[in-house]
Design a protein around this ligand. Structure first.
Ligand SMILES: [Zn+2]
Ligand SMILES: [Zn+2]
Length: 155
C-alpha cells in the first residue's frame, strides 16, 4: 500500500531476526501495545532498530495472520457524520466503510457494566467483508484467469 512497504520488501536482510523479536514482544505483552510501545520494548533487545522497521514488520506479521490489529485497519483515520451509536461494515480490500442495516444493541452496555467495575460509555461493532464492487472485480479477475488457462491448455 505505502511506498515504504515496497522498499521494505526489497530489503530482506536481517529482517527475519528482527521480525522474530517483534513477534515475541507482541505475544508476551498483554496490554495490546501500540507501535510506539512495541518499539520501546524491542529497542531494549535491538538498540539500532527504527520505528519504521517496527511498522513494516508489524504489517508483515499482520498480513501473515500472526497478529491482529485493533482500531483503524488502514492507517487513515475516518470520520462519520452520524454520532449516535451505529455499526459499520468495512471492506478489507478497498477500506470502504458503510453503515450496517441494523439498530445498535444498547442493552449490551448495561450487561457489561453490571458485570465489571467499568463505567461503560458505549461499544463499537464493525463487520468486515468484501464490498460488492471489490467482489465484482475479483470475480472478473478469476473469470479472466480461467479463460487464460483454457487458452494456454488449448495451445
Ligand atoms: Zn471494496
Ligand atoms: Zn457510519
Amino acid at each position: 500500500m505505502s511506498s515504504e512497504k515496497f522498499i521494505g520488501s526489497t530489503h530482506k536482510y536481517r529482517s527475519t531476526n528482527q521480525r522474530h523479536v517483534i513477534l515475541e514482544v507482541i505475544k508476551e505483552s498483554r496490554s495490546h501495545p501500540t507501535a510506539n510501545e512495541i518499539y520501546e520494548t524491542v529497542r531494549k533487545r535491538l538498540p539500532n532498530i527504527s520505528l519504521g522497521t517496527i511498522y513494516r514488520n508489524i504489517d508483515i506479521l499482520f498480513e501473515n495472520g500472526l497478529i491482529e490489529k485493533i482500531g483503524p485497519i488502514t492507517n487513515q483515520m475516518r470520520y462519520d457524520g452520524i454520532t449516535e451509536n451505529h455499526y459499520h461494515i468495512r471492506c478489507i480490500r478497498c477500506g470502504k466503510i458503510v453503515d450496517a442495516p441494523m439498530r445498535a444493541m444498547n442493552g449490551l452496555d448495561d450487561y457489561v457494566q453490571r458485570r465489571t467495575d467499568y463505567t461503560i460509555l458505549g461499544h463499537r461493532l464493525e463487520y468486515v467483508g468484501i464490498c460488492p464492487d471489490c467482489k465484482k472485480k475479483e470475480d472478473q479477475m478469476h473469470a479472466l484467469e480461467g479463460r487464460k488457462k483454457l487458452t494456454d491448455e488449448d495451445v
